[in-house]
Structures are given as C-alpha cells and as structure tokens.
Write a protein that binds this ligand. Structure first.
Ligand SMILES: [Zn+2]
Length: 62
C-alpha cells in the first residue's frame, strides 16, 4: 500500500479500523486517520469494495 500523507498536516496517515455508518452492514473497515487533524479516509481498496456493494444493492433493491 502506498504511503498516505495528510495534505493539511503533512503527517503520515495511520491505518485504523473505521466504522462506516452508511454501510453499517460492512462493520469495520480499514481506513486511514491523520494523527494531527483526525481526518479520516478510507483506502482505495475499501472504496472499490463499497462501490461493488452499492452496485449489488442496486441490483437487488432497485
Ligand atoms: Zn491532518
């Protein structure tokens, strides 16, 4: 995985387990948190997984 850096604090982002409220069925996902300003990002992998899930949900309920 690439090294991520907060664009605001220029600190290296820490890998954390983030609770995703919107997709709460997925539970905890790995994400990145800035130790400075506490901004959170999900990783590209998780974002791709979420897109996949969203597509599946649309196929099921849409
Ligand atoms: Zn920051």
């Amino acid at each position: 995985m690439a090294n991520w850096q907060c664009c605001k604090c220029e600190k290296p982002m820490e890998v954390k387990d983030l609770s995703l409220i919107y997709y709460e069925m997925l539970g905890f996902q790995s994400g990145l948190e800035c130790p400075g300003c506490k901004i959170k990002f999900i990783t590209e992998e998780v974002a791709m997984e979420m897109n996949k899930t969203e597509a599946e949900m649309e196929a099921k309920f849409g």
